[in-house]
Design a binder for this molecule. Structure first.
Ligand code: 5GP
Ligand code: SF4
Ligand code: MG
Length: 459
């Protein structure tokens, strides 16, 4: 999972600080590297970039950016999946090729990147990074007989899997979303400036209004003439909007494909309360921050008091980005602490958004028990995660996924809960409120993207 942001100003005002702020609002989507690339309207159209490791404010020099002028820019926050955490995979990636300058910021994971890479390497391409995004640049460079926009369309036609892109082509801003719509992408406007962002929370920070989501399979070309919509020439059998964006990844103040993430999370909790009630409990609580909103929904629907009895240290990042099991184990303790007095002698329902390895919930239950709780019932606002994600989320292999290794009863015993229940795929789909065939639920069901794999490598 990564975040992308882009801005184009018709009146020539600099957008670099806007992009910085947009990335700041998308920080939850990636904390490993941050970068911005820009060209200027009146200059020689060379592409420039600033990239660094870590969070936006350490990776990028805000002062230097705001003293620079560029009317078009894109940015990226990276969370490593394809290509690993090597700094050569920091984005945006940039190139000056035969037909001009290109910069690309990519969220998602291209599933046929290795096949394309092999094909291109056999034709002499030399890759700079280990990531999948660079394949797009090479596919374009191999079509230098076409104008850059046609070369980009020709490249995207060959890709399978997930990509939400912000691209600079000379001084045009391009937004593109794969035909399956895996990752979100939205367009906004403030005065003469048009924005593209992974999530609408990044439009809020720059004071932009939502125009609309980029449609699956759509390419939007934004320049001084306005916005033009093109279609990626691939016909998908169905859409695959990532259900987990609503469950966990996106910020609750975002709207994705017309649905409020907050509203969905609350609804998940309500459905869970109906399917897996816990009548004898004294209170419901959520694991902060990811379980909180569903816990509020659960409490409301089951008429239990909602209490915030687990406190999160605000300065600790999300534990999943820490690499080793040991650090991960420690991470939970550093991050979350129960309020003993509130818990002592109580029967508690603990709601979280998901169980992946099972480390978080196991640790928390043991802390809650140490604080004197009588009963601990766990309710999970997503179905069991049994399969890895190949579309831009760094989920562990099946062997590490708690729900792939054990049935619910065994897992319940393992994490030390009095009861454990998940929401069903059907209820999750209803809570999201999009038609089932539009949603990707592969990590719950194993139903991966089918079809559209066959194509001729004719460049
Ligand atoms: P576990 O400890 O079971 O491996 O992780 C589950 C917890 O990690 C949940 O509280 C969830 O909010 C959080 N989490 C962090 N990163 C991810 C991710 O990439 N996918 C999912 N499903 N949950 C994650
Ligand atoms: Fe989202 Fe799961 Fe599909 Fe990956 S497999 S895109 S996390 S729903
Ligand atoms: Mg969590």
């Amino acid at each position: 999972m990564c975040g992308v942001f882009g801005a184009f100003s018709k009146d020539g005002n600099s957008v670099l600080e806007d992009v910085y702020l947009g990335l700041y609002a998308l920080q939850h989507r990636g904390q490993e590297t941050a970068g911005i690339a820009w060209t200027d309207l009146f200059g020689n159209k060379n592409v420039h970039a600033m990239r660094g490791s870590g969070l936006v404010h350490t990776a990028l020099d805000q002062k230097a950016l705001s003293s620079n002028t560029a009317n078009v820019a894109i940015g990226h926050v990276r969370y490593s999946t394809a290509g690993g955490s090597d700094f050569s995979n920091a984005q945006p990636i940039i190139a000056n090729y035969a037909r001009g300058s290109v910069a690309i910021a990519h969220n998602g994971n291209i599933t046929n990147a290795t096949a394309i890479r092999n094909f291109l390497e056999n034709r002499g391409a030399i890759f700079q990074s280990t990531g999948d995004t660079e394949t797009i640049l090479h596919l374009m460079a191999h079509q230098s007989h076409k104008p850059p926009l046609d070369a980009l369309v020709g490249a995207l036609r060959l890709l399978r899997g997930a990509y939400s892109l912000a691209v600079l082509l000379g001084n045009r801003l391009i937004a593109a979303r794969d035909p399956w719509g895996f990752r979100p992408l939205i367009i906004g406007q403030r005065g003469e400036v048009t924005y593209v962002a992974s999530e609408s929370c990044a439009l809020d920070i720059v004071g932009a209004e939502i125009i609309r989501d980029v449609k699956p399979g759509e390419i939007l070309v934004i320049d001084e003439k306005g916005m033009k919509s093109l279609k990626i020439p691939v016909t998908p059998r169905r859409k695959h909007l990532c259900a987990f964006e609503y469950v966990y990844f996106a910020r609750p103040d975002s709207l994705i494909d017309g649905r409020s993430v907050y509203g969905v999370r609350k609804a998940l909790g309500c459905y869970l309360a109906k399917s897996s009630p816990c009548g004898k409990a004294d209170m419901a609580t959520g694991l902060p921050d990811s379980g909180t909103i569903s816990a509020i929904g659960y409490a409301e629907a089951s008429e239990l008091p909602y209490e915030k009895v687990i406190v999160r240290n605000r300065y600790v990042g999300r534990t999943f980005i820490e690499p080793t099991q040991r650090v991960r184990d420690l991470g939970v303790k550093i991050k979350l602490n129960p309020i003993g007095k509130m818990i002592d002698g109580k029967r508690i329902v603990v709601v979280d958004d998901s169980i992946v390895r099972g480390t978080t919930v196991q640790r928390v239950i043991s802390m809650i028990r140490d604080s004197g709780a009588d009963e601990v019932h766990v309710r999970i606002a997503s179905p069991p995660v049994r399969f890895p994600c190949y579309y831009g989320i760094d989920t562990p292999t099946c062997e590490e996924l708690a729900a792939a290794r054990m049935d619910t009863e065994t897992l319940c015993r393992n994490i030390g809960a009095d009861s454990l229940a998940y929401i069903s795929v059907e209820d999750m789909t209803e809570a999201i409120g999009l038609p089932a065939p539009d949603l990707c639920t592969a990590c719950f069901t194993g139903e991966y993207l089918q079809g559209g794999e066959d194509y001729e490598m004719d460049l």
